[in-house]
Design a protein around this ligand. Structure first.
Ligand code: NDP
Ligand code: KAL
Length: 258
């Protein structure tokens, strides 16, 4: 029995930078479930990466379009091209965040005005900007999934500006869920535990963050891109049809600790 009902469904995956990206974990899981994938990327330097990775997906069609989410024109032309190629889409995975390195150091209180605006634009507003355009292609209903982190709910050392951006993202999920629910479009987030990706690269004590999870999380281990990917597939699928405005923690249970 096809419990997931994802065979042949068109799903947009935004934010594959390389094989370590959580977006790539999501793509692989969706591919296994039989979905047709449409990838978007921002930086031209990463187009080759996305293309090479997509080519490893056997037996399924894939498409790739550029989309820098800071540009309304980019978003419009990207989803215009997607509409022209596939018509209807059934899901969208938003796996995008950014903060200037300088704004992730020291105290949150030192965050610059420009740095705040840029991070909130890319990491939070982009979900709304993309949802607004994507919903028009979700003529059969749909599911939008974004990625967040515990630092959006409580103070986590060094997450600083990104914590504020994730709080805005999580609130956006709820307001978007309320707006789009009547069109049978669901909006949810996954709060992932720490995973070593390109974004996490260069973060000084990332090893100690991973170690703390191994020592303290209920499951005493870290999570993988695959585990996040499988929950994203669940949220895209018919199995989660009654869920919207939700934030599911895929973090070995770490968030329940005080
Ligand atoms: P990656 O570095 O693999 O992915 C980050 C992505 O953001 C890149 O593909 C990057 O594309 C994209 N991006 C940045 N700026 C823009 C822009 N202007 N327009 C479009 N895309 C942009 O890291 P992750 O897989 O770790 O991150 C994916 C999501 O998961 C993020 O939202 C992150 O906050 C979240 N997350 C990550 C955790 C972790 O431990 N890794 C934990 C919890 C949540 P490009 O390089 O082309 O600019
Ligand atoms: C408490 C944690 C420690 C890390 C603190 C801050 C993490 C911020 C995430 C943010 C998305 C990272 C960046 O924006 C990095 C950027 O300044 C430089 N990197 C890049 O430009 C690369 C090339 C591209 C691909 O990256 C992006 N983002 O475009 C949080 C940890 C435990 C969990 C994490 C890493 C959460 C998260 O949100 O990613």
């Amino acid at each position: 029995m096809d419990l997931l009902s994802l065979q042949g469904k068109n799903i947009v995956v935004m934010g594959v930078a390389n094989q370590r990206s959580i977006a790539w974990g999501i793509a692989r899981s969706l591919h296994e479930a039989g979905a047709n994938l449409i990838f978007t990327y921002a930086g031209e330097r990463l187009e080759r990466n996305v293309r090479d990775l997509a080519e490893t997906l056997e037996g399924q069609q894939y498409r790739i379009f550029p989309c820098d989410v800071t540009s309304d024109e980019d978003i419009a032309s990207c989803f215009g091209a997607i509409k022209a190629e596939v018509g209807t889409i059934h899901g969208l995975a938003h796996c995008i965040a950014f903060a200037n390195k300088d704004d992730l150091k020291g105290e949150f209180a030192d965050t610059s005005r420009d740095g705040f605006a840029l991070s909130l634009d890319i990491s939070a507003y982009s979900l709304t900007a993309v949802a607004k355009v994507a919903q028009e292609l979700m003529t059969e209903g749909g599911s939008i999934v974004t990625l967040t982190y515990l630092g959006g709910e409580r103070v986590v050392k060094n997450y600083n500006l990104m914590g504020v951006a994730k709080a805005a993202l999580e609130a956006s999920v709820k307001y978007l869920a309320n707006d789009l629910g009547q069109r049978n479009i669901r909006v949810n987030s996954i709060s992932a535990g720490p995973i070593r990706t390109l974004s996490a690269k260069g973060i000084g004590d990332f090893n100690s963050i991973l170690k703390e999870i191994e020592e303290k999380a209920p499951m005493r281990r870290n999570v993988t891109q695959e585990e996040v990917g499988d929950v994203a597939t669940f949220l895209m699928s018919n199995l989660s049809r009654g869920i919207t405005g939700e934030n599911i923690h895929v973090d070995s249970g770490y968030h329940i600790l005080g």
